[in-house]
Design a binder for this molecule. Structure first.
Ligand SMILES: Cc1cc2nc3c(=O)[nH]c(=O)nc-3n(C[C@H](O)[C@H](O)[C@H](O)COP(=O)(O)OP(=O)(O)OC[C@H]3O[C@@H](n4cnc5c(N)ncnc54)[C@H](O)[C@@H]3O)c2cc1C
Length: 470
């Protein structure tokens, strides 16, 4: 909803970013590099001064979209040294040998494990180093007076005392439970739908081996797929692995409640029995498993889809505040960082019409956010059961073989999401067309030797060119 016809960004005062996570820090850097004065307000303490997770390493998968956004600002050179490449999945099946499934067809088809707090610290430093960004921590947004362009904050030392901060334009990067979104939708007519998954997650850690060595292969993302649930592990510098158990909550469903679920893992014996039965090779690596299990919280996972990402030229949502997704494609942060790059591009294109830039940003980006939200949910099924299903495996092998033979006509869905900047919406639709072809070609195949590659060429040629990268 447009309030004014047009106005340049920042002509009525500073730009204010609420939330100093990955999206807030990177957006501030984009804005500062265009010469704007930017203030970041973040509710938590400065992660560069305080250990927010009591010594635990929490990591994430960084992929091309996030890297491209950071490269555009010259920030990735600082991030690269703290990343560990993961070139494929190391699958630990219930029965059978551990096996490695490469992510793509070339050596640079890798994703990168990166520590959440180390990355955040680098992004905040980069924002500060522009010379145009100031930051205040322990400052929680309580609401916004959009007509007066005033942000309402409280300081962590006194939750009662409200302060007002004027802004020209507000960037709401305050995460999945965004207060800016709530406040904006009171005035712009937008709406939010939150879908909470009936599976939750618990983070654990595999310690380093002697001399900081890795107890598992470090250049892989490890998966223990178990049908309805799974365990994954990503490496950290220093030899540890951050492990995540994804499992049904189960508490509210009598059918699920009797099967494996967080609801059944209520005492150390139950936890030890469960892990020993399901993940015997993992149990040997973690001597304090049940202590960790009960010390660490169980988290929930949600998809947030909303409309009304902006309010005229006064404010816009960015990152998880606009589009939070479940983590099974390792894309939430990558999506958030790419959104910062695309919003910056829109603002550069419409320097005198901020409201129009915001409107067009949402029009382009919302279909992409919805598409990756769907693909992330699909990928949970692929990770927890597909990676051991012979039908899935032959189709995946064929997709990679066709990609080698016809690189400008076909690309595996995983690769299009992780190793390109093709719009997610087009990736999803392209992958659906390719899936029809893969189904046809593998209908009676048990190995690639059974595939009719002449027919494959005809079918692949009928597909148009691959989506253009943005
Ligand atoms: C278990 C798990 C694993 C994940 N793994 C991956 C992965 O491998 N790869 C990937 O790409 N993504 C992953 N993600 C998603 C990723 O964490 C998010 O998409 C990303 O952090 C979004 O960044 P953001 O800056 O938008 O939000 P956040 O990182 O949530 O930052 C929001 C910031 O706003 C602050 N804030 C909140 N409310 C207020 C307020 N009222 N006032 C002031 N400040 C406020 C918060 O303290 C926070 O610092 C994962 C998510 C989960 C839950």
């Amino acid at each position: 909803m447009t309030q004014k016809n047009s106005k340049p960004l920042g002509d009525e005062g500073p730009l204010v970013v609420v939330g100093g996570g990955q999206a807030g820090a990177l957006m501030a850097t984009f804005l500062a590099k265009r010469g704007h004065e930017v203030h970041i307000f973040e509710s938590r303490p400065d992660p560069r001064l305080v250990d927010l997770d009591a010594g635990r390493s929490i990591n994430m998968a960084l992929a091309t979209r996030g890297i491209v956004a950071m490269r555009e600002l010259g920030v990735y050179d600082r991030v690269e040294p703290i990343t560990i490449p993961m070139k494929g999945r190391m699958v630990h099946p219930e029965d059978g040998e551990v096996n490695f499934q490469p992510y793509g067809t070339s050596a640079d088809h890798a994703i990168y494990s990166v520590g959440r707090h180390s990355l955040n610290a680098i992004l905040l430093d980069a924002a500060e180093d522009t010379g145009n960004v100031t930051m205040a921590f322990g400052q929680r947004c309580r609401g916004v007076d959009w007509s007066r362009r005033m942000l309402v904050l409280t300081d962590y030392s006194n939750d009662e005392a409200m302060a007002e901060v004027p802004f020209d334009t507000l960037f709401g990067s305050d995460g999945a439970n965004s207060e800016i979104r709530r406040s904006m939708q009171l005035v712009n007519g937008g709406s939010t739908s939150v879908h909470v998954l009936d599976h939750g997650y618990k983070e654990l850690e595999i310690p380093a081996g002697p001399g900081g060595s890795f107890l598992l292969e470090p250049n892989a993302l490890h998966i223990w797929p178990r049908g309805n649930f799974m365990l994954i592990a990503l490496p950290n510098p220093g030899g540890t692995f951050t492990v995540t158990l994804f499992l049904p909550f189960g508490a509210d469903d009598p059918d699920i409640g009797s099967a494996d679920s967080f609801a059944t893992l209520t005492d150390p014996q139950a936890v030890e029995r469960f892990f020993a039965r399901e993940f015997p090779d993992f149990v040997d690596l973690v001597p304090d498993l049940s202590e960790q299990f009960f010390a660490n919280q169980t988290g929930d996972l949600a998809t947030v889809r909303c409309s009304g990402w902006s309010h005229g030229d006064t404010g816009v949502l960015i990152g998880d505040a606009a589009h939070a997704i479940v983590p099974f494609h390792g894309q939430g942060m990558n999506l958030a960082l790419e959104s910062c790059r695309l919003l910056d591009r829109r603002l550069a294109r419409y320097p005198y019409d901020v409201a129009q830039a915001f409107t067009l940003f949402e029009m382009d980006r919302k279909p992409d956010a919805d598409a990756i939200a769907d693909m992330a949910l699909d990928n949970y099924i692929e990770m927890r059961s597909g990676v051991t299903d012979p039908r899935y495996l032959i189709k995946r092998e064929l997709a990679l073989e066709l990609e080698r033979r016809f690189p400008d006509r076909i690309a595996a869905r995983y690769g299009m999401v992780m190793f390109t900047t093709m719009p997610y919406y087009e990736v999803k639709s392209r992958a659906e067309d390719q899936a029809v072809i893969l189904d046809k070609l593998t209908a009676h195949a048990t190995s690639l030797d059974d595939v009719d590659f002449d027919r494959a060429e005809q079918l692949v040629t009928q597909l148009g060119p691959l989506p253009v990268q943005i």
